[in-house]
Design a protein around this ligand. Structure first.
Ligand SMILES: C[C@H](O)[C@H](C)C(=O)SCCNC(=O)CCNC(=O)[C@H](O)C(C)(C)COP(=O)([O-])OP(=O)([O-])OC[C@H]1O[C@@H](n2cnc3c(N)ncnc32)[C@H](O)[C@@H]1OP(=O)([O-])[O-]
Length: 716
């Protein structure tokens, strides 16, 4: 609700809708009635709009979108325009965070005040919408095109000081916001309002407008990769150069265009999915869930292994204020890691706080120093025998109640847990590289992992600012199990006629930051080569004895990646992989050596080259992965499609504007079309088991069920 209080001649309207003061219908109704009351009351000479609680407002109520409530009177645009039309000065005073609709109210007001700690932002582009309610029209008039583009298109928040410098704020206050706002409102009661109305101003610097917009457009065309919201937002900003009323009409049209696009639905879904997965439960036993399981309190964490992952994990633990004991047997490696960690923590602006964080690190070669930690994250080399040995040691040196987590990207959690006397306290915590940057934490429970251990790992993820997704134990878990198929098919496409750059280009146009071959070169082809060797699919010298070149373990197999690795072409780190790299450069250049290798491979094996369409590349690379997602749901390894989608959005660079693989299949491709496509490729490629449609997909496609509706029904 919104509260109405009078302070002498000032009417204060306070939004009170915890926790985030979103502008839901009941809040808008009360704000509107408060505004009307203040306008009618002759004793009131000015109006202040504020928020109670932690923040001013997170903006419009996203959960109302698409429902009748969003449009019910007063809608947000109606409320904002009523503020703009007020003939008594309106002062918006904000604190905490002010987003979207909150900024719209502020821009429609005559004055803007904020607490010094405020963060102001326009996250609309991230949920695929244009900042409406006049934001795209008033903001450029107030702060200029350059800043407006920066705020609207980048969705980055601005500090109070920046907002003051750009002219968005009239004043930053450090004392009590309510009394400062009331005092300020009184001081402007006699001021004329005409030139305080942002809508009646002209955009400053109109003579350089085209240059600013052109530069932004070029940048966005390069970066958007199929996402339509950023460029549409830019068009709305451009309309601010028109007369205000015309610009407002254009803003509404563009808003409607985005609103009805499938991408907006996908982005809104992604926003909510990231929050839904926090409410975890075991797919096979819903009684074990975030409500019933209590996490242990974690104050100190041991990290075992100071390689790239260990360093990244240590940085995010320290940044969250935890004490860390970093163990590494190799002293030189340990010293190198400490330097990296200290540099990373000290390299930011709040150096006092961060040097305190760096002081929470104890780095040692001595395992016994782990005696007092509450939880250990093991990050040694990806080798089952080694990890089992390490867990045996951890079991003997840590206190009995300590949780032992393994940062494996696909090894069997139960096999690791069985090396200890406490399998209930063993869990997988799969970080993504770089661990201090990537927001995903794939948490894997084993057969004996206790609810308390799961709750603790999920809580730890939240503490260190990650989105934890809980999944079951299977080779590769959810992410790598699905992702592997994408690369498999990408290689088959090379055998059939494509070049690495063709496949990468199509998937980059689809929205991935990098295609599978560029990703492979970045990650290092040797990592997966070692895995294939361990799995008995190949050897360092080529196919295992008596094995056909193009088939392994009953399935079609492409040996091209193995051939590159046998030549020492591991990717960027060796200067050559699927592409070649000039010294010091990360630019992937098509390589005639690879071209000839593929050509010869086709000739030697009687593989016919044909033209492959972009559509086929998308279908071949993405549909098997999606089919595997359905199998994962069928096998109860993930609670719902949201969990899978979040893993791909945050861990694998899946384009956010498509919602993630499962949402894309359900809402964009359509399950019926997906099924028919899988069947078509299954007939063409009978030796690839991944084309066999999952039975869950078959049932849903035949019954016409929507995956998202099915998931919404089953979610806790
Ligand atoms: C005119 C104008 O152009 C248009 C028309 C608009 O205004 S469009 C709307 C623009 N506003 C946004 O896009 C808001 C984006 N929100 C955020 O960036 C963050 O939420 C946050 C504010 C920085 C807080 O982060 P947090 O980490 O402390 O908590 P949380 O876990 O994220 O959120 C806690 C709970 O609040 C829910 N929530 C957050 N923002 C919400 C919103 N705007 N509407 C409804 N629910 C919201 C969220 O789903 C979760 O619910 P549940 O899952 O627990 O049921």
């Amino acid at each position: 609700m919104a509260e109405y209080v009078i302070y002498e001649t000032v009417a204060v309207l306070q939004i009170n809708n915890p926790p985030l003061n979103v502008l839901s219908h009941h809040v808008r109704r009360q704000l509107m009635s408060g505004l009307q009351q203040a306008l009618q009351d002759t004793a009131v000479r000015s109006i202040v709009i504020m928020g109670k609680g932690q923040i001013f407002t997170a903006g419009a109520d996203v959960k109302e979108f698409g429902t009748e409530k969003a449009l019910s009177d007063p809608s947000l645009p109606t409320l904002v325009e009523a503020v703009a039309a007020s003939n008594k000065p309106v002062v918006t005073a904000f604190h905490g965070t002010t987003l979207g609709g909150g900024v719209a109210l502020a821009l429609a007001s005559h004055y803007r005040l904020a607490a010094s700690s405020v963060k102001i932002g326009l996250p609309e582009v991230e949920i695929g919408i244009v900042p409406t309610c006049g934001v795209s029209q008033r903001l450029p008039r107030l702060v200029g095109l350059q800043t407006a583009v920066q705020m609207i298109v980048s969705a980055q928040t601005m500090s109070a000081q920046q907002a003051l410098t750009t002219g968005l704020l009239d004043k930053v206050v450090s004392g009590d916001l309510l009394s400062e706002a009331v005092g300020f409102a009184k001081s402007v009661e006699v001021q004329a309002l005409a030139d305080r109305r942002v809508g009646s101003r002209a955009v400053p610097g109109a003579d350089t407008a085209e240059d600013v917009l052109d530069a932004a457009r070029k940048r966005l065309v390069r970066r958007s990769r199929g996402a339509i919201a950023p460029l549409t937002c830019l068009q709305a900003i451009q309309a601010s150069l028109l007369p205000f009323e015309t610009g407002m009409k254009r803003e509404a049209e563009l808003g409607q265009y985005l609103w009805t696009s499938w991408q907006t639905g996908a982005l809104r879904y992604a926003f909510l999915a990231e929050r839904t997965v926090k409410r975890w439960y075991l797919p096979g036993n819903k009684t074990v869930n975030y409500r019933t399981a209590e996490p242990l309190v974690i104050n100190s964490v041991g990290v075992l292994g100071a390689g790239t992952m260990g360093v990244g994990i240590t940085i995010c633990l320290l940044q969250a204020g935890l004490k860390v004991v970093l163990i590494e047997a190799n002293k030189t490696q340990l010293d190198k890691a400490v330097t990296l960690i200290q540099r990373s923590l000290g390299g930011r602006s709040h150096s006092k706080q961060l040097s305190h964080q760096a002081m929470q690190l104890r780095a040692t070669t001595d395992y016994r120093q782990l005696g007092e930690v509450d939880l250990v994250i093991e990050a040694v080399f990806e080798d089952l025998a080694l990890k089992r040995k390490v867990f045996q040691q951890l079991d003997s040196v840590t206190k009995p109640q300590a949780i032992l987590a393994t940062n494996t990207s696909g090894l069997d959690i139960d096999k690791i847990a069985s090396a200890t006397q406490r399998p209930d306290k063993v869990i997988g915590t799969h970080f993504f590289s770089p661990a201090n940057v990537m927001r995903l934490l794939e948490n894997i429970y084993g057969r004996h992992t206790s609810p308390e251990t799961i709750a603790t790992a999920m809580q730890l993820g939240a503490t260190i600012g990650k989105v934890g997704v809980l999944v079951g134990n299977c080779p590769g878990f959810v992410g790598n199990r699905m992702k592997g198929l994408n690369f498999t098919e990408a290689m088959f496409l090379l055998e059939e006629g494509a070049e690495p750059q063709d496949v990468d280009k199509v998937l980059e146009e689809f929205g991935f930051a990098m295609g599978p071959f560029r990703v492979s070169d970045l990650a290092g082809g040797d990592v997966h080569w070692r895995r294939r060797i361990q799995a008995g699919l190949t050897t360092e010298q080529g196919p295992p004895p008596n094995t056909p070149l193009l088939y392994r373990q009953g399935n079609r197999y492409c040996p091209l990646a193995d051939m590159l690795c046998m030549q020492g072409r591991f990717g960027q780190k060796t200067g050559a992989g699927w592409y070649r790299y000039e010294s010091g450069s990360r630019a992937a250049l098509p390589d005639a050596v690879v071209h000839r290798l593929i050509l010869k491979h086709r000739q030697d094996n009687g593989l016919q080259r044909r033209n492959i369409s972009s559509q086929e590349i998308v279908e071949r690379c993405l549909y098997p992965l999606i089919n595997e997602g359905f199998r994962i749901l069928e096998e109860g390894l993930a609670a719902g499609p949201q969990d899978i989608d979040v893993i791909f959005l945050l861990g694998f660079g899946w384009p956010r504007h498509t919602g993630g693989p499962m949402y894309y299949a359900d809402k964009v491709v359509g399950l019926g079309i997906l099924l028919r496509c899988l069947e078509k490729y299954r007939a063409l490629h009978p030796r690839s088991a991944h084309w066999v449609p999952s039975s869950l997909l078959q049932t849903m496609a035949t019954q016409g069920t929507s995956l998202t509706a099915w998931a919404a029904g089953s979610r806790l």
